[in-house]
Design a protein around this ligand. Structure first.
Ligand SMILES: Nc1ncnc2c1ncn2[C@@H]1O[C@H](COP(=O)(O)OP(=O)(O)O)[C@@H](O)[C@H]1O
Ligand SMILES: [Mg+2]
Length: 316
């Protein structure tokens, strides 16, 4: 559906995008995650045709999106990170204004706007002034506006930032519904855990480049692999560490309180064999568990790769 290749963009001397590659399949709910300043908004503005890159290509449904910017713009629904102010407009007036921009009027426009306000759960606010809405409601209104022309592809730039937990939940539900209805969605956030509960795919951007991408399932596997094994031994800890060091899948060993903490790049079978070796070696193992990590932890590892390279041995 969307293919981005080698995007580069400089602002003055600052390289905001540095060879960005991304691929989004039709029907995906794609989470675009990265810390502030990573280049998310820049990438999104290029994809939606608002900004031109210095280098690189953007292909939407097989078409060169940079060459045919005007045509391609209408295939997007775009929810920007900043909400423009529309003083003295009521919610329904705001919606009908945008409907008229797409050539809708009268009953057709009214019906479409009513439908959309219901979809984003704002139908009971149709008579409220836009300025009186909470940030969460404004973001949902913005989403309704972005859907007026029934675009195939929705792009949302940090839509849930600044929302309270309830609004976040509601917003995510609406996005999941839209995805289930067949829309392809790109949603950015600087909070990883925010996206893990709803996205089908994820791309992690850091310093203008994708550092990790894949289906949610693939990423979660990697998260598991990157979480440490926590091993408790009743006695003979030094010997246990010696045995652990002999396993090639053991990357680092450190001590955390009572636990021996092991970075172990092995699957469940390898874990079982490691446990067996310890027990066969006469180590009284009283605990052996993979720490439950989350996306945040893998993100920290990826973005601070230097840290990951430090090989801890033990406290001795
Ligand atoms: N118009 C601009 N002029 C100068 N610098 C910019 C401009 N837009 C973005 N930047 C810089 O590019 C970097 C990436 O910004 P941005 O794409 O907004 O990141 P994100 O959305 O991930 O927070 C930031 O360091 C930002 O300061
Ligand atoms: Mg941004």
């Amino acid at each position: 559906m969307l293919k981005i290749h080698g995007l580069k963009k400089k602002f003055g001397n600052f390289q905001a995008l540095n060879g960005l590659d991304m691929e989004i399949e039709e029907g995906a709910l794609y989470g675009f995650v990265g810390p502030n300043g990573a280049g998310k908004t820049t990438a999104i503005r290029i994809v939606t045709g608002l900004l031109l890159p210095d280098e690189g290509t953007v292909e939407l449904a097989g078409r060169d999106a940079l060459k045919y910017r005007e045509e391609v713009k209408t295939e997007f629904g775009y929810v920007p990170d900043e909400f423009g102010m529309y003083d003295n407009l009521k919610v329904w007036e705001y919606m009908e204004f945008f409907a008229s921009c797409y050539g809708m009027s009268g009953l057709v426009a009214r019906k479409r706007c009513t439908e959309l306000l219901e979809q984003v759960r704002l139908d009971d606010r149709a008579d409220a002034f836009v300025d009186s809405l909470s940030r969460g409601m404004k973001q949902r209104l913005c989403l309704a506006r972005a859907l007026i022309h029934d675009p195939k592809f929705l792009v949302l730039d940090e839509p849930t930032s600044g929302m309270d937990p309830r609004n976040r939940m509601e917003f995510k539900e609406v996005l999941k519904e839209l995805c289930a209805e067949g829309k392809t969605i790109l949603v950015s956030s600087h909070i990883l855990s925010e996206l893990s509960q709803m996205c089908t795919d994820i791309g992690i951007i850091d310093a203008g480049k994708i550092v990790l991408s894949g289906s949610m399932w693939e990423i979660l596997q990697k998260v598991n692999d990157s979480n440490p094994l926590l091993i408790k031994v009743y006695d003979r800890r030094e010997e246990a560490i010696r045995l652990l060091r002999q396993d090639p899948a053991v990357k680092t060993i450190s001590i955390r309180e009572e636990d021996i903490m092991v970075q172990f790049h092995g699957d469940y079978e390898a874990e079982a064999y490691l446990l067996k070796r310890l027990v066969d070696g006469g180590i009284p193992v009283s605990g052996f568990i993979r720490e439950q990590g989350d996306l945040e932890s893998i993100f920290m590892q990826i973005t601070n790769r230097e840290k990951g390279k430090v090989v801890l041995t033990s406290e001795e």
